[in-house]
Design a protein around this ligand. Sequence first.
Ligand SMILES: *Cc1c(COP(=O)(O)O)cnc(C)c1O
Length: 379
Amino acid sequence: MKFNTKTIHGGQEHEKAYGAVMPPIYQTSTYAQTTPGGHKGYEYSRTHNPTRHALENAFASIENGDFGLAFGSGLASIDAVMKLLKPGDEVISTNDLYGGSYRLFTKIFQDFGIKFHFISMHDASNVESHISKNTKLIWVETPTNPMMNIIDIKTISKISKKHGILLAVDNTFATPYLQQPLDLGADIVMHSATKYLGGHSDVVMGALVVKDKELADKLYFIQNASGAICGPQDSFLVLRGIKTLHVRMQRHCENGREVALYLKKHPKIEKVYWPGFEDHPNHLIAKSQMKDFGGMISFTTKGNNYNEAIKIVEKLKIFTLAESLGGVESLSGHPASMTHASIPKEEREKTGVIDSLIRLSVGIEDIEDLIFDLKQALG
Ligand SMILES: *Cc1c(COP(=O)(O)O)cnc(C)c1O
C-alpha cells in the first residue's frame, strides 16, 4: 500500500457489528467477562481500548512500523521512552530541541540519575565522540525546533547500530508524509500527534512506533504500568485527522515554500530558516531524507530587536499568535518568550534562538491571504 492510501486504510478494518466505516468511540472503561478471564480481548481501557487500538494500528502503518502506541500527550510518549532507562544510563540528545523535551530531560530524568549530553548533530559524526559504555539512547529531532536544522538520520543510525544504542527520532515536524525514520534505521519514532497528525488543533496526544517486538513489549508494559494513555474520543479525532494528512501536508509544503521565498526577499528580514533553500547548511541531507520541506519556517529581523518581534506577532491577523503548530490554521510564535522560555537565555542563544526569532507554522489557507498578512505585519 502506498502512503496516501495508508493514511486512510492502514491497519483499519470495518467494525464487525454493523460495518461502520469509522471505528465507534468505545467510551468505556471496562468490558464484560463471562467467566474470570473470559473476555473478547479487552479487559480494562488503560490496557486496551478498541478505538485507541485502531489508532495505534494507523500510527504503525503510516510510519512503516509494526507496533504503534498512543499516549495522552507527546511528552507522555517521550516519558515512556525514558523509562526504558536505568540510573547511570546516558542519553545523547540534539541541543536544539523542543523546550518541553529539554525540561523533561533536565528537570525530571536527570534527578533520576540519567545523564544527558546535549550536542550539535549538524555534523552527524560528532555523535560518536560522546558515546560511552553507559550510552543507551540517542534522541534526535529533525527538522529541529525552531532552527530547522536537519540531522542525518541514516548516518546516526549507523553509529547507533555499531554501538548497540537505541535511536529515537521525534518526527513531529516532518510527519511520515515527509520522512520515515524507521526506514532510515531508527528504532523508535515519536510524535506529538497534537500537531500535524491530529492536524486540527483540537486534541493533545503522543505516539510511538517501533518495529522490534521485544522493544514494543517493553513500551506496552510501560504504557500500561505508568498509565499515560489517551481517551477513546481523542483517539477517534486523531484517527480522523490522519486520513487527510497527505493532502494537508501537500498544501502545508506548497504554502511554506511561498512564505519562505517571500520572507527571504523582504528588506526587514535578516535570515530565514527553511531547509528548502539551497544555501541551508544541510539542504542536501534534507533533500535526500525528506520528500519536501514542510510548513515550518523561522526568521529573524534586522537589528535583533525583541520589541519589534513582539509587535510583528501582535500585528499578524491570519497567523494566530499561539503555542503549538501543525494545524490547518497558520500560527506564529516567539520562541524566546514562549516555547523556549524554559531554556536559559545563554543556552538558547547558543543554538540561534535570539530575541527577534519568530516561528511560523504555515497553514493551508489561501497563500495570497497569508502573504498579505505578513506584508502588513512587517510594515
Ligand atoms: C509539541 C511537541 C512535543 C510535545 O508534545 P505535546 O503533545 O505538547 O506533549 C514534542 N516534540 C515536538 C517537536 C513538539 O513540537
